[in-house]
Ligand binder design. Structure first.
Ligand code: PRP
Length: 214
């Protein structure tokens, strides 16, 4: 099949370091679009010859573009998938953007099961599911950032959040209480697009798979 007969793949890339890393992988495998590195404020980058266009969106929005078919494929953290449970195909673990979803609290903190546990998080579905499985009553406090502040100032007992290096916890005298699940970036696809553009999407998945490092 010549490039001209190939269907364009629309890729939703998360803005930021993860998106940059994934773009580097795609560039190496022949899906380059040099304009993307020029530092403009453009949000769409198209390389007709390579049959690819990139949208740069907020990491949490990638699943929305893909689920609704505005993008054919995208790159999203497993955390976002667990939190929003989008109706998409998960095609490949890229083994980057690695971190873990944890319960964290002040150093030496112990749970008092007689009391309702106050839990602050951006990931309220993950947190609720985790404690529901334990049969633990919680008071869920949804926050949008600086989650680590909550147990320090007494807004919550613990937090459910992403831990990567552990620096944010350490710098705030907090520690991991329990790991809920390991997280990494995944290549995801819109279900209808995967039927319509199977070859193009599988080629991209296979090319990326060769770049995945253990
Ligand atoms: C995430 C997370 C932690 C931090 C963990 O925040 O919410 O705060 O990274 O990383 P570390 O273990 O390497 O310190 P992010 O920087 O994504 O910003 P946010 O506060 O908007 O969630």
């Amino acid at each position: 099949m010549s490039n001209n007969e190939r269907k364009m793949i629309k890729v939703a890339l998360p803005k930021g370091r993860l998106g940059d890393q994934v773009y580097e992988m795609l560039e190496k495998t022949g899906y380059e679009c040099p304009e993307i590195k020029e530092g403009s404020r453009k949000l769409i980058f198209i390389n007709e010859e390579k049959g690819v266009s990139y949208f740069q969106v907020k990491p949490t929005d990638v699943v929305k573009y893909v689920e609704r078919g505005a993008a054919d494929v995208g790159i999203a953290g497993k955390d976002i998938m667990l939190e929003y449970d989008p109706d998409i195909y998960e095609l490949l673990d890229l083994n980057i953007g690695k971190c873990r979803m944890c319960v964290a609290g002040p150093k030496g903190w112990h749970d008092d099961v007689e009391r309702t546990l106050k839990v602050a998080s951006k990931f309220t579905n993950i947190a609720r599911d985790f404690y529901a499985r334990k049969g633990r009553d919680i008071d869920m406090i949804k926050l949008h950032g600086s989650i680590e502040l909550a147990p320090i100032v007494g807004l919550s007992d613990v937090i459910v959040d992403i831990v990567e290096t552990g620096n944010t916890l350490r710098d705030n005298d907090l520690e991991v209480v329990e790991t809920i699940v390991p997280i990494s970036a995944r290549l995801i696809a819109n279900k209808a697009a995967f039927q319509f553009k199977t070859k193009e999407i599988e080629d991209m998945r296979d090319a990326l798979a060769k770049e995945v490092q253990d």
